[in-house]
Write a protein that binds this ligand. Structure first.
Ligand SMILES: [Zn+2]
Length: 127
């Protein structure tokens, strides 16, 4: 009896986002602006790129729910001191893009996509 050939498990790298990831050079430029001019300037750059109203960042941990690093509502993102890092900023920016572009999706999908957006965004070669 022929033994079934073991299926090699394909890594699921494929994903689709409702908001497209910017090109490599835009991502690299964001990282440079972020390092040199700070998080707000970096987010301004991406807001212009996506042609949406500017997302305003606030360092205010009292607004952030317990066990969270950041939270988004109404064109504003709030961060704890520990939460103000690129991955979290990009995650909250994704929520902003979804809202600004009027996209409809479930909370679960949006959270998943926000995480994927931040993760894939940061896979970038330096300029
Ligand atoms: Zn989120």
């Amino acid at each position: 009896m022929p033994f079934p050939r073991k299926q090699t498990r394909k890594k699921r790298r494929q994903f689709s986002l409702h908001v497209k990831l910017p090109a490599q050079y835009v991502r690299a430029k964001f990282l440079v602006i972020y390092e040199l001019d700070g998080a707000q300037k970096g987010v301004n750059y991406l807001s212009r790129y996506y042609r949406v109203v500017r997302l305003k960042l606030f360092l205010d941990g009292r607004r952030v729910p317990r066990k969270c690093c950041g939270v988004y509502f109404g064109n504003r993102a709030y961060f704890t001191r520990a939460g103000l890092k690129r991955r979290v900023v990009l995650h909250e920016l994704y929520h902003h893009l979804v809202e600004a572009k009027g996209l409809e999706m479930s909370v679960r999908i949006e959270e998943k996509e926000a995480n994927a957006f931040a993760r894939e965004f940061l896979k970038v070669r330096p300029l």
